[in-house]
Design a protein. Sequence first.
Length: 223
Amino acid sequence: MSVTTEIKRLHHELPEGVTLVAVSKTHPAEAIAEAYQAGQRIFGESRPQELRAKWECLPQDIEWHMIGHLQTNKVRMIAPFVALIHSADSARLLRVIDSEARRVERVIDVLLEVHISAEESKEGWPPTELDRWIASGEWREMSGVRFRGLMCVATNTDDVEVVRTDFRAMKQLLDRYRTVFGPEFDTLSMGMSDDYTDAIACGSTMVRIGSTIFGHRYYPPKE
Ligand SMILES: *Cc1c(COP(=O)(O)O)cnc(C)c1O
């Protein structure tokens, strides 16, 4: 399948109210340009350097989303242009996003990444910690950040019931936190190539799809 065919198919298939983030990490600018020609405007990347380089050479009306783990010392590189950070996973990172956003006179949209799966991983807030941080009210002082919703990566398993349980728990969290943050807290970023239909059935409003559109990724050796 070509990039064009897949983009058109997804635009046709995704229900109203579900936004497609085309995950272009590791793929060259030409592949992104093809998706752009097919009508796609939102792209997700997971490395700040790569995101910045692609932003510099591709059309200015692209909305660039940061979906991967973000180190505090890399925020400055993307703060001037990033449209949405999906992976805000600590108070420390949020403080840096807030100050970098104010430095460039922007308000940056963020999603709080929740560690919803039972797997060991450093990424995402454990739900109890997130509860505690939200209750602390620190976020109210962050004028450079707009809290837009939640993001997760579901448990990596073939057992669809486990995956659906993660997605349902996320939807409940979104509904609960929306009463705290207000109506702008409306985005639930969940669902990837293998599980996006289940995610949508459970209330996802934003799917992050990479390999279905662009094919396999070939990671360069670690720097
Ligand atoms: C790479 C990545 C995706 C896309 O995964 P596919 O399985 O290729 O669709 C989605 N979300 C995150 C956080 C990713 O890192």
